[in-house]
Design a protein. Sequence first.
Length: 472
Amino acid sequence: MDLLYRKLADELASLINNGGFQRGDRLPGVRHQAQLRGLSIATVITAYRQLEDWGLLEVRNRSGFYVKAKPAIAVQPPRIVVTTMRPAPVTGQDMVLQLIKAANNPAIVQLGAAVPAPEFLPTRAVEQAITRVLRQQRVRANNYEFSTGAVELRRQISRRLADSGCAVHPDNLVITNGCQEALSLALRALTQPGDVVAIESPTFYGLLQVIESLGLEALEIPTNPRSGMSLEALELALSRWQVKACVVTPNFSNPLGCCMPEDNKKKLVSMLKERQIPLIEDDIYGDLSFSHARPSLLKGLDDNVILCSSVSKTLSPGLRVGWIAAGAYQDNIEYMKYVLNLATSTIPQLAVADLLENGQYDRHLRRVRGDYAQAVARMTEAIIHYFPEGTKITRPEGGFVIWLELPGEIDTFVLAHKALELGISIAPGPIFSASQKYRQFIRLSCACVWGNRVERALVALAGLIQQGTNPA
Ligand SMILES: Cc1ncc(COP(=O)(O)O)c(C=O)c1O
C-alpha cells in the first residue's frame, strides 16, 4: 500500500501546487476517489492524511476534504548566494544573544529562535516520566552517570539507529548536553585552532559559535534550498583548501529545511572518504519529516561519520539530552566529555529512556510532525498574504523553520532591531553566515501558537519591511 498511497498523495499535491485544485476546492470523497482510481479505501485515507500532514488539505466535519494551501507556484525559493569561497574566522554573532534572551521573554512574540512553543512538546508525558524515574530509581537518579551516560538511554538510541540502517553499539554512544555539546565535542576531537571546517551556507548559528570559540576558520559552501550542500562547490573548495572536517545537516537543515537526495548523500560520503576528511552529521531534525518516511542517515553509509543529535526539537529543549556516535573518535570524545562537565544530568537521561522505551516518543512524533507541517503551511500562507510582493520563501520538507529572502534594499539586522522594539523577535540572515552574508534574508520559526497575536506580529513585520524597501 505504501507506494500507492504516496503516488496518489504526490499526484494530488502537485495538482494543488500547480493550481489544478484551488484553495477551498473539495476533493472527491474517500469512497468516490477509491472507485475512480481502483484503489482501496485505506490507501485513499492514508494519502489524504499525508496531504493533511503537508498542510495542503483540511477535513471539515461531515462535509469532506478541502484544499487548504494556496498554490505553491506563488512562492519562489530564495536565491543561493554564491561568493568566492575562502576560509574565514566567524564574526558578528553578538546579535544571537539578544535572540536567545527574547526566547525566554513571554512579552515578545517569538519568531526568532528555533525553540518550539510548549504546545508542540509532550510536556505532560515528560513530567510523568520524570516522576516515574524519581520514584522508581531514586538513588540512581541522584548520582552521576559517568561518562558515556545512562546505558538504557544508549540502548534505546542504538535501537532507533538500527531502524534507520545504522549499526551503532550502545558502547559507541556518548550522551551529551544537547546537540550543541555533541557538535562541540566532535570539532574539538578533530581540529586544532586555525584549522578549516567546511560548512553549509547558510547554517545554524550555534555551529558558527562553536567554530568561533575553538579558533577555527569556516569555509562556507553554497547550499541549495532544495537539495542541500552543493557537491560541485564542495569539490572545488576541497581542491583549493586543506579542510580538516565537514559539518552538514542533510535532513531538514536549519535554516533551509531541505532534505539531501539519496544520491547526493552517497556522493558526499564517498567524496570525503576518498580524501580522508571526517564528516560530522547533525541530525537534530531527522525525526521531523512531513512525509511518513524518516530520511536515511549518512552514518548508515559510513560508520566513521560522526553523528550528533538530541531530543531538543522533539521532546524538550530544556532536558538538554543529546548524543554523539563518534566512531573511531569514541575514546577521545568520552574523555573530553568527562573533562568538560563530568556527565549529563541523570534524571533527564532516564526520563528520555523511559519515553523512548514506552512508545510515547513515537506517539508524540506521529502527532507533532503533522502539527509542524501545518504550522509551516499556515505561516507560509500568511506571509504570502501580508508580506510585500517579491518575498521568496523556502518550502521545508521537515522541521519547523522557514527562510525568507526579502525584496528590495533591506538590512535585516536593522529590521530585527526595529522588530524587537515592537516586541517581535526574528532571526536576521547574517547570523547564519560566518562572513555575514544574507543581509536580505530572515529565518522565522513556525513552532508558535497560531492566533491574533502572531498574525498581528506578521502584519507589523510586513509594515517594517515595506518601510525598509521604500526608504523615501
Ligand atoms: C541544526 C541544529 N543543531 C544543533 C542545535 C542545538 O541543539 P540542542 O538544543 O540540542 O543543543 C540546534 C538548535 O537550534 C540546531 O538547529
